[in-house]
Design a protein around this ligand. Structure first.
Ligand code: UT7
Length: 324
């Protein structure tokens, strides 16, 4: 009997400092307006990490909240996956640092660099490792501090992102009658489009600023068509249709993309979880943060079909279907 992965708990962490659009413009002397940002993106404010705060510490905080919600402790965890493109260091990996913060001494952990799609990739990997019997209790964490890789002189990108972390605990079940849990994940990448959304330089390169660069319109052009296709691929793989979806929990990059996806799935707006207004784009953290917020608000009910989708640098994109 192949085990399946149940969503046992969800948690989030947001740094204390909050800047609305006007405060951001003033703090960084940006030639922008609240009206432009809200109209083009739906973003109204974002949380920014404090000096010295790290992706591993934020991820550990989100993980603690998710474990509490699951009624589990760090001693139960045998796999930690952190999706991040703003790791504390190339190594030790952020996941192993999270183990350290939580006092986890068994099992294994590693990071995934798939930019904004990282959490969906992480769910896919954790689910595969649970199904193959290599793990029984996995923390899948998205944790990002994009404020450290933004060019604060580039108004076209620096207004779009925020910092934060979200985590999901997956536990294995061997019950053949169980129909909940991760149904499937569908992962894609296409390296031809690497230049339209990237970090310039990195630990192993010579030169480069280490800052994020994005051709926003180009990314936008790929987003809706690729996301719609991968969601349909996920539903079809499970013999499900648009009418079966209870919640769309999309990557939170731009309200216009999120609303377009809601319309494609013919979902009423109140079935689409939106946090981009309050969190901005937190990259790999945005889906687990949105899940945590929906769960804390009591929206997610046992058995609800949840669709998660994301697109990001690479290009990478993907979708996951889960029954809560
Ligand atoms: O998370 C990974 C996935 N990322 C995404 O999905 C992002 C996808 N892209 C987008 O969300 C949108 O393309 C943006 C929000 C980034 C930009 O919106 P847009 O409607 O595509 O605007 P644009 O880049 O074409 O810029 C329009 C104008 C330009 O001025 P001109 O050339 O028309 O005179 C920009 O210089 O808006 C200007 N502009 C700004 N104005 C005020 C760009 N940024 C700002 C700003 N404030 N912050």
């Amino acid at each position: 009997m192949t085990p399946r992965s149940l969503i046992a708990g969800i948690g989030g962490y947001l740094p204390e400092r909050v800047l609305d659009n006007d405060a951001l413009a003033a703090a960084y002397n940006l030639d922008t307006t609240d009206d432009w940002i809200v109209e083009r993106t739906g973003i109204r404010r974002r949380h920014l990490a404090a000096e010295g705060e790290t992706a591993s510490a934020m991820g550990a905080a989100a993980a603690r909240a998710a474990l509490d919600r699951a009624g589990l402790t760090p001693a139960d965890v045998d796999l930690v996956i952190v999706a991040t493109t703003t790791p504390d260091s190339a190594f030790p990996s952020t996941a192993v640092r999270v183990q350290g913060h939580l006092g986890i001494t068994r099992g294994f952990g590693f990071d995934i660099a798939a930019a904004c799609t990282g959490f969906v990739y992480g769910l896919g990997l954790a689910d595969s490792l649970i199904r193959s019997g290599q793990a029984r209790c996995a923390l899948v964490i998205g944790s990002e501090i994009y404020s450290r890789i933004l060019d604060w002189t580039d108004r076209g990108t620096c207004v779009l992102f925020g910092d934060g972390a979200g985590a999901v605990v997956l536990t294995a079940t061997d019950d053949p009658a169980e129909t909940r849990g991760i149904l499937s994940t569908h992962l894609h990448s296409d390296g031809r489009h690497g230049e339209i959304l990237k970090i310039e330089g990195g630990a192993g390169s010579t030169g480069g600023t280490g800052l994020l660069r994005m051709a926003g319109k180009e990314v936008f052009r790929h987003a809706v068509s690729k996301l719609a296709a991968v969601v349909d691929e996920a539903l079809a793989a499970n013999g499900l249709g648009h009418g079966d979806v209870r919640w769309l929990v999309p990557h939170q990059a731009n309200l216009r993309i999120i609303e377009a996806m809601g319309r494609k799935l013919k979902l009423p707006p109140d079935r689409v979880v939106v946090t981009v207004d309050k969190h901005a784009n937190t990259s790999a953290a945005s889906i687990p943060l949105a899940l945590a917020e929906a769960d804390a608000a009591g929206k997610l009910q046992r058995g609800d079909l949840i669709v998660m989708e994301a697109i990001g640098g690479g290009l990478t994109w993907g979708a996951a279907l889960a029954r809560f």
